[in-house]
Write a new protein. Sequence first.
Length: 197
Amino acid sequence: MMMTCLLTTVLCTNARAQTNNTNNIMAQPLWGPAGYDYVEYYYIPDIDAYYNVPGAQYIYLQKKHWIIVKDLPLRFKNFNFYSAHKIVMNEPKPYMNYRANKLKFAQYKGQHDQTAIRESHDQKYLAREDHPEHSKWISPQDVQDQQNRQNEQARVIAQNKQDSLNRATLTNTENQHNTQEQLNKQQLQNNENNHKH
């Protein structure tokens, strides 16, 4: 019994971890580059620092020691994270490969070629309440409601067409019946006239 509970707990935890590793858009900072559903770390070549998205922490080197903080020190206060190039790194503790990363991504230093999440018009980013264009977000329920309204309008139009066709068929049948009835009366009248003579 205890083994079953332990196994269930491990499986549930693994399933949750796998689910969480597929999308963390809501946790990514507005200055992060658009286009990534999941991000573990950003490496920012301009300031040789890292940002851990799940932990919302900055990581930078100071006197040969890695400093992990929620807010960067004042020396970074004028740095523009929105325009700086960020390298997405989905690996554990990429700052442990600092020298290799610094060399590998040196060409991105000073580049301003990414669209920040804040500047994106993609619905998946507009869903964020902190996005400046959140009011333009169309929720999945709104999309479903709109689809339902369109389906109902199409159903009413189709029903109206069918009703018109049914009325036309009924009118045509009544006209044929009236015409046949008049022909029958005429025939009867002719027969009576022929018998009188």
